[in-house]
Design a protein around this ligand. Structure first.
Ligand code: DGL
Length: 257
């Protein structure tokens, strides 16, 4: 099989990466995408770095056996723990990761106060801390670990009283002191964007890295001259938790987002 005919695999610890997949499909409608979510092992964000790396490598190895032209790690947590190892393991491959959109937020709000909602693992990893050091001082970057939020999205609970209570518990104190922007530093969180916006109010901007990641993937595919000719692309959704309910939820998330 020619490399150009391979699929673009999109990997996440669960269903969250569908927020990135959606942007990828928008920007590259002719491509064939294979989405794989590891919901049986989610959340990754409260696991050790070694565990996250092992699970990511295991899943990616299986994806490569299916014939890929590119791999998108649509998970901030897996990117921070495993992207360097992945690039060492597959040096010839196009591998794109995602990181919290701190740069975007800092450009938009110079000297601003910016909260970054993400998993515990993303916030403790060196990648995030290097990113913060680049901007902190000029901008105030405030990490907000939100481990429970991933679980809400995994079970499809995107509007509920419990969810609102949780968001208030994470954000109210920060909002009282004033915030310019909130970075959604986990690919699950765009699915609860409306609920976060309701808590944060309309004057606080919500930013995520999905669109930028899709743009970068598109740029890399074009640079390698691997783009599909015009025609209808396809999307395959798979999950390690392959119950009919989970698959239906994933299709709904892709259609409704
Ligand atoms: N979607 C993942 C991210 O962007 C994390 C979810 C998890 O903790 O498994 O960080």
């Amino acid at each position: 099989m020619e490399r150009r005919d391979g699929m673009i695999a999109v990997f996440d610890s669960g269903v969250g990466g569908i927020s990135v997949l959606r942007q990828l499909v928008r920007q590259m409608p002719n491509e064939n995408f294979l989405y794989f979510g590891d919901s049986a092992n989610a959340p990754y964000g409260s696991r050790s770095t070694e565990e996250i790396r092992r699970l990511t490598l295991q899943n990616v190895e299986k994806l490569y056996r299916r014939g890929l032209k590119a791999l998108v790690i649509a998970c901030n947590t897996a990117t921070s723990a495993a992207i360097d190892t992945l690039r060492q393991t597959y040096p010839q491959e196009i591998i794109v990761g995602i990181e919290p959109a701190v740069k975007l937020a800092a450009e938009r709000f110079p000297h601003g106060r910016i909260a970054v909602m993400a998993t515990e693992a993303t916030l403790r990893e060196q990648k995030f801390n290097t990113l913060v050091h680049t901007y902190d001082g000029e901008e105030e970057i405030i990490p907000v670990p939100c481990p429970e939020l991933v679980k809400f999205v995994e079970r499809g609970e995107t509007h509920s009283e419990n969810l609102m209570c949780y968001l208030h518990s994470r954000l109210d104190l920060l909002l009282a002191r004033g915030l310019d922007g909130i970075v959604l530093g986990c690919t699950h969180f765009p699915f609860v964007r409306d609920a976060i916006a309701e808590v944060a109010g309309e004057r606080v901007a919500l930013l995520d890295g999905g669109e930028g990641t899709a743009r970068e993937t598109c740029r890399r595919i074009r640079a390698a001259n691997l783009q599909n000719p015009p025609g209808k692309g396809t999307v395959l959704l798979e999950n390690s938790l392959s119950t009919p309910q989970m698959l239906a939820q994933m299709h709904r998330m892709l259609a409704d987002f």
